[in-house]
Design a protein around this ligand. Structure first.
Ligand code: FES
Length: 129
């Protein structure tokens, strides 16, 4: 069977896509742009986060994410990256009342807002808010 890609073949009679679609960096970049960066992507179920503070983490096409249930019971999804020097803040899954970056201790509310930034108090134009 010939697996050469022919864009003129109707999808209902097309063969399996060429293997290069699974290995070509250009195809991957196009998928990121056209699929993963344009739409919401399901990464879990709400019942995985049944209690306030419960969370899970993952990585979607190179972007670490964090999904959690906040104190008010709302589901939140955000980048799992510290504002300071981009360290990954939360690991795997669990339960937390705040999020503490393991690198320098910057601490975040469960809604993602910065709560404390240790050793930044002497910076003249730095505001935790
Ligand atoms: S990178 Fe997170 S506190 Fe510095």
């Amino acid at each position: 069977m010939d697996y050469t890609f022919d864009p003129t073949i109707p999808i209902e009679s097309a063969p399996t896509p060429p293997s290069s679609w699974y290995t070509d960096p250009g195809v991957f970049a196009a998928e990121k742009r056209q699929v993963f960066e344009k739409a919401w992507i399901a990464v879990g179920r709400s019942d995985q986060l049944s209690t306030p503070g419960s969370y899970f983490t993952g990585n979607l096409v190179g972007n670490p994410y964090l999904v959690l249930r906040d104190e008010a019971g709302d589901l939140r999804a955000m980048h799992n990256v510290c504002r300071h020097h981009a360290a990954v803040v939360a690991q795997e899954s669990g339960r937390a009342c705040e999020l503490v970056c393991p690198y320098h201790g910057w601490t975040y509310h469960l809604n993602g807002r910065l709560k404390r930034a240790p050793r930044m108090g002497k910076m003249s134009d730095f505001n935790v808010q």
